[in-house]
Ligand binder design. Sequence first.
Ligand code: TXA
Ligand code: MG
Length: 349
Amino acid sequence: MNTEYFVIDRDHPDPCILSRAADILRRGGVVAFPTETVYGLGANGLDARAVAAIYRAKGRPADNPLILHIAQIQDVEKLAREVPACARLLMDTYWPGPLTIILKRTKAVPDCTTAGLDTVAIRLPASRIARELIQLAGIPIAAPSANTSGRPSPTNAADVRADMDGRIDAIVDAGPCDIGVESTVIDCTAPVPTILRPGGITLEMLQAALGEVRWDRTQNTPENEAPRAPGMKYAHYAPSAPMTLIEGNREQRQKKIRVLAEAALAAGKRVGAVVSAETAFSLPAEVVSAVYGSQTDVKTIGNQLYTALRFFDNNPVDLIFAEGIEEKGLGRAIMNRMRKAAGHQIIRV
Ligand code: TXA
Ligand code: MG
């Protein structure tokens, strides 16, 4: 398949180009497009055949449901049969934005989009390009992250191309994504609203709006066999070499990474590191470091994490050591992704 490539200026999007991409979506094609979190792999979320093409392109397991992306809050009515007060409040407070809300679905939503669940995930993205594209298409757009299943999510069009060129109809390139980690997924069908995946809207922000919010920490553990967000059970975000995550306070984790790296180098290994700028400076020069930013700037870390994980695709190493960060605010989402990228191979110091 020949993948069409559209380049769009994010501040002055050319409506003709967006219409061409929207046409492909309306005809049942698959189009990768930017959102404020990561690039999505979009198709008509109400068309079972179009949705099947997403699963094929990604190699995604069929029991992992998709998020429906909409262009305005009213579009929820057709997709959800109940909208509890907490969901309404979240939509008014954090939409458009990096928040996905789980609601009871209507019959308009096909089984393959929700992997047979009685619920549907809905998100109104903040990205102007994403919203204009959905608006022009005039249909809810099912879109998982635009990576091959198991790989780090793409935060720029070159990373989408690396995974999807020749597998989908088109890629809309509007430059890098702002946030860099996926949306928060919150279940509003539970008695107490429950975070299934931490993300761009933090626990603190949700608590500020709702008061009581549960964070389903079991989603982070490999022991949990039936996580409520089905996608959370699969290996995910994996870089091209085995990765070990080192967690602990700054000084201790920096020291531990140095000791581990020196030992691996002495054993003749090519060593990679996914670390802060501060820690990169403390490592031997032979270590290939992908720096995700300064320890003091969690926003940049979120923005750069997947680029750092993908860095080793073209810079092969035998093993990778990754440095954890403090688990608060956006740091929760970042640590959730790093633990998965490490396949839960974690050293706590
Ligand atoms: O930021 C994002 O959310 C990006 C952009 C493209 O919008 N999309 C994204 O989609 O991350 P995906 O498919 O990679 O992750 C969706 C997550 C999965 O863990 C999936 O299992 C969960 O949401 N999910 C989808 N529908 C669900 C449902 N009905 N109940 C529970 N979890 C659901
Ligand atoms: Mg994904």
